[in-house]
Design a protein around this ligand. Structure first.
Ligand SMILES: Nc1ncnc2c1ncn2[C@@H]1O[C@H](COP(=O)(O)OP(=O)(O)OP(=O)(O)O)[C@@H](O)[C@H]1O
Length: 804
């Protein structure tokens, strides 16, 4: 049973892109920090402290008896009520981790503001807490880390007059975090043997607004004019070396004197700038940074106008952008696969005022900042010397350049994080104006978009792989291998390793990546690099192996399919040869049938002609006793129907009657010669058909034919003849022919026979024979035929169609 082409299976599997892409790979060592490869990262939240400023005897920080220069005069209306309010508080510590914020009664009624509890702080410092307590719990760990070589940062954030500056710098009676830290630093190094180990470098500068239009960077230790910012780096900041705590404290005090402050309705000595202080151990050691941010202000509260108002706008903008940056870090928490790497010990101190008048400021800050506690970092242990390496870099790339560079999200966060935390160069830039922060934020969005681009690339690649393979199968497997393992990997690699700013290049960023080198003096970094390179090699091997396996499976499947297809082709070839043989046989059969048909036609025509000849003879008065003894086969190949029709029936009839034996017997009873029912009376040789009177009531002509005759054709012809017979000129049955020929005359005229009849027939036009032949055909059609080719005749149309 030959297989039909439709039965061939076409379910060739598509390229297993999904299988390949779902291959589980070991983690990329490039994405791991050195500590990751050694031990599980220690996750840690951003430490957020809260300090509640006590109520001032005169009403918090609003101690003005005389209104400030650039502020609206305070309204004296309702001062009694306000004095009463000053004794009320809006925030109180529940325990060392949470506070309750209660709105004033007036707000509770009108605006349905509810009491809120904020928890999760690293430590809540109540209004009664002292500077030492705050230092001990908040700054002491940072300083300890700093002395062990790990950088750290503390930033103070809060509304104006909430005690940021008081906390950071303090007063001579209540020294703040900086003086206390300096004391601790120098006290710990007193026992050191070498002088060098007791030298520390201090720098202090501020970023303030210049009439609300631009930012100014001012070195607070030296009068060297405004600092400039090059490639997002503050250039020209002077580091002053100090060898004892007194030097350091006096230096800081001098800087504080220089810092821009102004009296506002909220604070007698309100800071008008962001102030950054760096303490560095040695040229190649960690940095401890403290940031005293300018507090957000409410115009209504401060009553600022003019230059103060412009300052307020600047301060509020920077505070807002700082908050946005922290929120970006928060957003990053949603991606559990890419935790933030923390290279610095960092803390945030929130300061709030506890007065009921300050409810809005306090509530707003806590609402805004409490989520910051959820910011998580993975502790990334940093080699001691790395800080110094970082320190040696002078240029931090411009923000514009960041937009062009390709970084993974994690690296983008490194940029931001370092911008936030690396106070050697970044915070001055990061905090100086909203544009810089905004740009960093934009840069981050750009990174996220790049991440999307990567996903799109993978999806697109999948589609391309599937589509192209459907068309080109094997040939493109190799090419796709190149695309997948070459371009995609290259893309990923470039995505990850596109030039990082040198300042933030860390061993975990650089190891094993081409084009990025680590400072050769980093012994730890070098070993890490080697280990990481090996890991990456191993990872690449796994990728290659898995990919090769997938390709191998595909090729195997295709080979099987190919074998099946080849078998099917062989089967089809065999069945095709059989069909050809069959068709050849049928062709031969058809030829035979054609020749038989032709012969039959000729036979029938001959009979017609003979009949007509007999009729003519009878018409001439001669009664024929026509007996044909010859039997034979017509050589059909020498005759065609067309020739026959062209040359006339008669001619062929005559020739055939002589040349070929006939298979047709027209038997007539010799005894009935004289009384033959078929009598032809003839008036003369020239008599036309109109003169014939045929008596055919007892026509006993028997025609036996061995050869087949086309029934259909006979029927058609008989129909034509019928029409002719039905013509009114036809004689009726029983009608007698006149003149009548008797049998004797017919016998006599037998000698004349053929020659004379031939001559007559040759002259006689074709039409004149028709009535007689029609009669004959009519009779023939009523006779029974023994037709051995009956069956092939039925099949003829089918065969003919086959050879069309
Ligand atoms: N914990 C505290 N104990 C006693 N007095 C405090 C405390 N905190 C702040 N003060 C006092 O409150 C006043 C305002 O404090 P401070 O100047 O530090 O506020 P600030 O947050 O820095 O304001 P700004 O943002 O306007 O600079 C100061 O006179 C300060 O002495």
């Amino acid at each position: 049973m030959p297989l039909s082409p439709s039965s061939i299976s076409h379910d060739i599997p598509s390229f297993p892109t999904d299988e390949i892409l779902s291959i589980q790979l070991p983690p990329n060592p490039n994405n791991l920090s050195p500590s990751d490869s050694l031990s599980a990262p220690e996750s840690e939240n951003l430490r957020v402290f809260l300090r509640i400023r006590p109520l001032a005897p005169n009403g918090g920080g609003q101690i003005n008896k005389q209104h400030c220069k650039n502020g609206w005069p305070k309204s004296k209306h309702g001062s009694r009520e306000k004095a009463k309010k000053r004794t009320e508080i809006c925030v109180s510590a529940n325990d060392y981790k949470s506070v309750t914020v209660s709105p004033p009664a007036s707000l509770q009624e009108g605006k349905r503001v509810k009491t809120e509890v904020y928890g999760g702080f690293s430590q809540v410092f109540s209004a009664e807490s002292t500077q030492d307590e705050v230092y001990a719990k908040m700054v002491n760990p940072l300083v300890e880390e700093f002395l062990r070589g790990k950088s750290g940062m503390l930033a103070a954030l809060g509304p104006s007059g909430s005690g940021k500056t008081h906390t950071v710098f303090g007063s001579p009676r209540e020294p703040g975090m900086i003086p206390l830290a300096l004391r601790q630093i120098f006290s710990r190094t007193e026992g050191c043997e070498t002088q060098l180990s007791r030298i520390f470098y201090l720098s202090m500068f501020e970023i303030c607004s210049e009439r609300g239009k631009a930012e100014r960077l001012i070195d607070l230790f030296q009068d060297v004019g405004d600092l400039c910012m090059q490639q997002s780096t503050v250039k020209g900041v002077q580091e002053v070396s100090v060898t004892n705590v007194l030097q350091a404290e006096s230096l800081v005090a001098r800087g504080m004197l220089k810092r821009a402050t102004a009296r506002t309705n909220s604070n007698n000595q309100s800071s008008r700038s962001q102030c950054i202080i760096n303490i560095r151990g040695s040229p190649h050691s960690a940095v401890f940074t403290v940031v005293d941010l300018a507090g957000a202000e409410r115009e209504k509260r401060t009553g600022n106008q003019g230059a103060r108002l412009l300052e307020s706008n600047f301060i509020n903008n920077t505070s807002m952008v700082f908050g946005l940056c922290l929120r970006s870090l928060l957003e990053h928490q949603k991606n559990p696969k890419k935790p933030l790497q923390k290279h610095f010990q960092n803390s945030l101190i929130l300061t709030v005022k506890s007065g009921v008048e300050d409810y809005l400021d306090t509530s707003f800050l806590l609402r805004q900042a409490s989520p910051y506690m959820k910011i998580k970092f993975n502790n990334a242990e940093e080699p001691l010397n790395l800080v110094s390496t970082k320190r040696s870099f002078q240029a931090f790339p411009r923000v514009e350049r960041l937009k062009r560079t390709k970084l993974s999200s994690i690296e983008a966060f490194h940029v931001f994080h370092l911008a936030l935390l690396n106070t050697n160069s970044i915070p001055p830039v990061a905090l100086d104006n909203c544009v810089v922060f905004g740009s960093i934020s934009l840069g981050f969005s750009f990174r996220q978009m790049k991440g999307m681009e990567l996903e799109m690339d993978v999806d697109f690649l999948k589609k391309v792989v599937q589509t192209v393979l459907m068309l080109l199968h094997f040939t493109l497997v190799v090419l796709l291998f190149g695309i997948y393992h070459g371009e995609l990997m290259i893309h990923l690699a470039s995505f990850e390793t596109e030039a990082l700013p040198p300042e933030i290049i860390k061993p975990e960023h650089c190891s094993g990546r081409p084009g990025i080198t680590i400072n050769s003096d980093l012994k730890d970094g070098t070993s890490l690099e080697e280990g990481s390179t090996e890991l990456e090699k191993e990872r690449k091997n796994v990728i290659m192996q898995n990919f090769a396996k997938a390709i191998w499976n595909v090729l195997k499947q295709y080979k099987e399919k190919l074998e099946v297809a080849e078998n099917q082709i062989q089967i089809l070839n065999r069945s095709l040869a059989d069909e050809k043989e069959r068709s050849l046989g049928l062709e031969i059969e058809l030829k035979d049938l054609k020749s038989n048909l032709l012969y039959e036609k000729e036979t029938s025509l001959n009979e017609r002609v003979e009949s007509s000849t007999n009729t003519s003879a009878e018409q001439e008065g001669c009664q024929y006793d026509h007996e044909v003894n010859n039997a034979g086969v017509v050589n059909a190949s020498s005759i065609t129907v067309e020739d026959f029709e062209e040359q006339g029936y008669q001619q062929y009839t005559n020739q055939e009657s002589e040349a070929f034996p006939r298979d047709v017997d027209i038997a007539e009873d010799p005894n009935d010669e004289g009384t033959d029912d078929t009598q032809f009376d003839r008036n003369g040789s020239d008599s036309g058909p109109s003169e014939y009177v045929v008596s055919s009531t007892k026509s006993l002509i028997e025609i036996r034919s061995d050869s087949c005759s086309s029934v259909e054709r006979s029927q058609l012809e008989s129909e034509e003849d019928k029409k002719r017979l039905d013509q009114p000129t036809m004689p009726e049955e029983g009608a007698e022919l006149t003149p009548r020929c008797d049998a004797s005359s017919a016998t006599k005229s037998d000698s004349k026979d053929n020659s004379s009849s031939r001559a007559l027939n040759a002259e006689r036009p074709k039409r004149r024979l028709l009535p007689a032949s029609s009669i004959l055909l009519k009779n023939i059609s009523t006779l029974e035929f023994e037709d051995e080719y009956e069956k092939p005749k039925v099949k003829l149309p089918v065969l003919l169609r086959l050879f069309d």
